[in-house]
Design a binder for this molecule. Structure first.
Ligand SMILES: Nc1nc2c(c(=O)[nH]1)N[C@H]1C(S)=C(S)[C@@H](COP(=O)(O)O)O[C@H]1N2
Ligand SMILES: [Mo]
Length: 414
């Protein structure tokens, strides 16, 4: 499994680096800047003969599938998983923001691009240029964006059942400041019919026989003024890997609804069913009932989660540490994050940091005095509406929405 082989590799490298007296901070900085080669070089050029990086190739990313530098990420084919321990704070910089591609990133030019709005529930078909979009009133939204499969590997690790799909750890999430236009304004421009019920967003990547990657939104979510079509991410034009020139941002909803390289919108007076709300992004399992044309319960909103911003497993020196992490919920702000050192028998409060703007995730931290040996720390978040992470999530075949508290393994050495 990719994640296992990657952590084995970094574990071996870290054993070598710490044997050379390299502090963890320097090790990570080298790994980020120059990959394994830089770590090996700094270890006196002992090279791969003394540390055999055998758990598969160091890079598993397909270089043709992406534009950004994959070095700081856990690499997974055409997708990149973020390392929470590298996150500098509340906002995830673009070069550390995870990428989830179902095919490959697309290189579009604004000159050849336009956004088509059509369907039986609009009065007129629109064809909007990049400039047309920019002439509409702009709207800024601060929101986390998370893949429905974030934490998926935990079904395997904590329940002993492997779900289908990319075995994401905890880094299929990032938090951004997005600027664009309200989808509602675009729909109004096309003239929304009274009987409109569903809005299909279609990407320009070549994802499946039905066309680009696509997802339908019910009218209500499409008309939420904070559902935007974004052209800017963290003060820069939307990067190519994140959907240049235009992508949907649907706060609180599954990552797969936030269509990148948006090219077409179909507004219909009927519900629309495509792959991503029938066979994919549905909860399939005995605990879930199918709905409409879907094989299971359709995944719409994400759920409440928390994670420590440490490598998995983590290694710390004995002594006092401030441990940090991130928590988020689609149902409101995070009010509380607790941690447990005894498998959930007792819990203590961490400090939830402010600000926590809009649909942003929250940062939390707590002081921990690390004693030599093996430890496991769990975290559990609670939001303003009193939702909290459940002790157990029923299994679903495709491994979505895993949000049990994660027992994070930490090895402390003297
Ligand atoms: N056109 C298109 N949009 C897409 C995807 C895709 O493969 N193609 N992947 C989706 C999924 S599954 C996720 S989790 C998010 C990831 O957004 P990011 O790559 O900007 O982090 O984009 C969504 N939008
Ligand atoms: Mo996703």
């Amino acid at each position: 499994m990719e994640l296992e082989s990657w952590s084995e590799q970094s574990e071996r490298l870290w054993v070598l680096a710490s044997g050379e007296g390299m502090p963890r901070r320097q090790f990570l900085a080298l790994l980020v800047a120059g990959g394994t080669a830089a770590v090996l070089a700094a270890c006196g050029g002992r090279g791969s003969s003394s540390v055999s990086i055998t758990g598969g190739p160091v890079s598993t990313v397909d270089p043709a599938a992406l534009f950004k530098d994959p070095t700081p990420f856990i690499q997974r084919g055409a997708s990149l998983e973020s390392r929470l321990e590298l996150m500098p704070g509340l906002i995830t910089p673009n070069d550390l923001f995870f990428v989830r591609n179902n095919s490959t990133s697309v290189d579009l030019s604004v000159d050849d691009w336009s956004l088509v709005v059509e369907g039986d529930a609009v009065e007129q078909r629109l064809d909007l240029s990049y400039d047309d979009i920019h002439r509409l009133p702009s709207r800024s939204v601060t929101a986390y964006l998370e893949c429905a499969g974030n934490h998926r590997v935990m079904f395997d690790r904590l329940q002993g059942r492997t779900a289908d799909g990319t075995q994401w750890g905890r880094g299929a999430i990032g938090n951004g400041i997005w600027i664009g236009v309200s989808l509602a304004d675009v729909l109004t421009l096309a003239g929304l019919a009274d009987d409109a019920v569903s809005v299909l967003l279609v990407g320009l990547d070549e994802d499946s026989p039905e066309g680009g990657f696509q997802r339908v939104l019910p009218l209500e979510k499409a008309l939420d003024p904070d559902t935007i079509l974004a052209y800017e991410m963290n003060g820069e034009p939307l990067p190519r890997d994140h959907g240049f020139p235009l992508r949907a941002i649907v706060p609180g909803w599954v990552g797969s609804s936030q269509i990148k390289w948006l090219g077409r919108i179909v507004v219909s007076s009927d519900p629309q069913w495509t792959r991503n709300n029938t066979t994919s992004y549905v909860l399939i399992g005995g605990d879930y009932s199918p709905e409409g044309e879907a094989l299971g319960q359709v995944v719409t909103e994400q759920n409440i989660k928390s994670a420590l911003a440490l490598p998995w497993p983590a290694r710390l020196d004995a002594g006092h540490h401030t441990l940090r992490g991130y928590a988020h919920s689609p149902h409101g702000r995070i009010h509380r994050v607790q941690y447990s050192e005894d498998g959930g028998a007792s819990w203590r409060d961490s400090r939830v940091l402010t600000p926590q703007p809009q649909y942003s995730w929250a940062q939390f931290e707590f002081d921990w005095s690390a004693t030599t040996g093996e430890h496991t720390i769990m975290t559990r978040a609670t939001d303003a509406a009193d939702n909290t992470q459940p002790d157990r999530v029923p299994f679903n075949q495709k491994g979505y929405l895993f949000n049990q508290p994660l027992p994070h393994p930490i090895r402390v050495s003297a």
